[in-house]
Write a new protein. Structure first.
Length: 235
């Protein structure tokens, strides 16, 4: 393990806004900080595969009355986001280090208002399709923890993963609420569109190489009309 990663691994274990679940550790119902932190009338939002938690941090800053929980299995990534949250005084964001496959163990049924999947690994090899975060078992878990009107927001620069996700949501019986195959198209073309928010470091890198950022918003219960997402960032 590189020295910097090792140092972050040690630091993250002492951060008050991080909960670490070891692989063999059983869940402790009702014991987790997000249960206590959730206020009456507030929303709880998950960022799965959060990395450094850039979306969680930006959304928490913009929505101080709501609670944001970033979930990832990489300690050094979570450390960066958690330390930034503490440095900037963001008390409405928390981080959970665990496998996303264990999601149901740590969140109450129908307690989550929205889920963000921010550039997850597309697992392009066919033998890895079961690991894609829009495979049916993951959709089952999302449906269990989301409130009935809750939505999942996916951003990716992988056309293959985007198309796979669109098809899997429909096969599952979910509803595609909104979509875009090139969310930032007007910006890449030099247009005067409003700046989309938030934008992660990975997203900026993808845009710099001319990649089209794709976005899919879907629900796993409600039905309604499909709309095309506004490239100006109406998400």
């Amino acid at each position: 393990m590189p020295k910097n990663k090792r140092q972050k691994y040690e630091r993250v274990r002492h951060l008050p806004n991080v909960t670490i679940i070891e692989a063999d550790e059983p869940p402790l119902p009702e014991a987790y900080p997000w249960h206590r932190m959730a206020a009456a009338g507030s929303q709880t939002v998950l960022e799965l595969g959060c990395g450094k938690g850039e979306y969680s941090l930006a959304l928490a800053a913009a929505n101080p009355n709501d609670l944001f929980v970033g979930v990832d299995y990489k300690s050094h990534r979570i450390c960066a986001g958690a330390e930034k949250a503490l440095a900037t005084g963001l008390g409405n964001v928390h981080f959970l280090r665990t496998r996303i496959e264990r999601l149901r163990e740590f969140f109450r049924p129908h307690s989550i208002n929205a889920i963000w999947l921010t550039f997850p690994d597309p697992h392009v090899k066919n033998r890895k399709t079961k690991c894609r975060l829009t495979a049916a078992p993951f959709l089952d878990a999302y449906a269990d923890v989301l409130v009935p009107e809750g939505r999942v927001h996916l951003k990716t620069d992988s056309a293959r993963f985007y198309e796979y996700s669109m098809e899997k949501v429909r096969q599952w019986g979910g509803h595609v609420v909104a979509f875009s195959e090139d969310l930032f198209g007007s910006l890449l073309g030099g247009g005067a569109a409003a700046k989309p928010k938030p934008i992660s470091a990975y997203e900026k890198t993808a845009l710099s190489r001319g990649a089209a950022i794709k976005m899919l918003t879907f629900s796993l219960s409600a039905r309604g009309a499909i709309e095309l997402l506004d490239p100006a960032g109406g998400c």
